[in-house]
Design a protein around this ligand. Structure first.
Ligand SMILES: [Zn+2]
Length: 115
């Protein structure tokens, strides 16, 4: 009996039906009908790995000035069935983008408004 037998997420996060690269962006079709298209450089700058984000503070360590304008993935690799990783043209490979992370980068939720 694990924790997950008792605690279930309220809503299943969307997962991708397809992931493809266009000339300058990553295009994802989600199972809730949304399609996100994220420029490669944005994805690279949002890299969630421990080298780019300080784990305990969430502080972004990556200096955008070090990321080339034309950065792109040389290879896109699925990680299990929950994430994807990229071999970036600037040599960075350690970022694992889970589906919720990928979705959040591609389609930031608008700030909740109380009106
Ligand atoms: Zn990284």
């Amino acid at each position: 009996m694990g924790l997950w037998d008792h605690v279930k997420p309220a809503r299943r996060p969307p997962s991708p039906l397809s992931v493809e690269t266009t000339e300058r962006s990553l295009k994802v079709a989600w199972d809730d009908g949304a399609v996100t298209e994220t420029p490669f450089r944005t994805l690279r700058l949002e890299c969630p790995c421990a080298g780019c984000i300080e784990e305990w503070s969430g502080k972004r360590m990556l200096d955008p000035a070090t990321v080339p304008e034309g950065v792109r993935p040389l290879k896109v690799e699925p990680v299990g069935n929950y994430a994807v990783s990229f071999l970036w043209s600037d040599g960075h490979t350690t970022g694992i983008y889970s589906w919720p992370t990928l979705r959040a980068i591609g389609a930031p939720e608008p700030a909740a408004s109380s009106t």
